[in-house]
Design a protein around this ligand. Sequence first.
Ligand code: ZN
Length: 302
Amino acid sequence: MEMKQLNDQCYVFCSSVNVGYVRNHDQGMLIDAAIDRSAIRKVVRQLEEQGLPITHLFITHAHADHYGGASYLVKNYGVKIIAPTFESVILANPILEPTYLFSGNDPLDELRNKFLEGPPIKIDIEVNEGQHQVDRFHFETIATPGHSYNQMALKVNGILYAADSYFGKDELHKHKIPYITSVEKTLLSLEKLKNVQADGAVPGHGLYEIDFKETIDKNIEYHQDLLHKVYCIILDKQTISHEELVSVFCADMGVKSSSLGPFLLFKTAVTAYLTALINEEKVKHYIQHYRWMFKINGEEGS
Ligand SMILES: [Zn+2]
């Protein structure tokens, strides 16, 4: 995990899931905690080697790949944890993530893995959007829902830690269907981040960039393109069930989902595009023979 210094206070540990770090005198705040104990140990080992303090942890959103290492930091460093409201409830009750992905049913044991459920943690300070002073740290939180319900990006000392509000260009194409819960909120969050003045930004997955707004534009285009693809499938099939649409779209995009966990993540993202098309009144939905069906609203589909 490569440690990169961004300015006098800000750092990033680059990996498949980035971890941020901000130092202010005798206090040091990690931003997200990686997926598990072994991943976060690679970060703290480097901080200790350089004599840098570990006292606080900010968690951007309650996805296990961003908080799985948090309980290790609590046990070994007694970090004070700051997290957004709502996300904090999931962090304290992490079975909620496999539960909501499993349509609210008690999740099968195979869904209770480290990719979907980390060890529970108690949040010391809950935050919403705004300016905050926590001990030595002054920072701004920017609500970026759409990927997770109340995800917060963090702006501190000129650097934007953007969480999973956008993906790096390579990661966008690698993930193929990025996980989202709402297209509308995702697009609004992306537009909002374009207006943030920062010296540079780090996404949760991808590279630190000074010129990050071009990457945000690529993300906007990508989601609009996927939205259009879902619309075209419905137009082509005239009527299609939810199950069939998920299958056709995932096959078109060439994603791999050989087990239930990844399949449910893709299914949630596809449903986000569908609900956007319903909200825009471009697509109608109805129940027929116990199947959730879709067709184009108006002349085109008739
Ligand atoms: Zn995430």
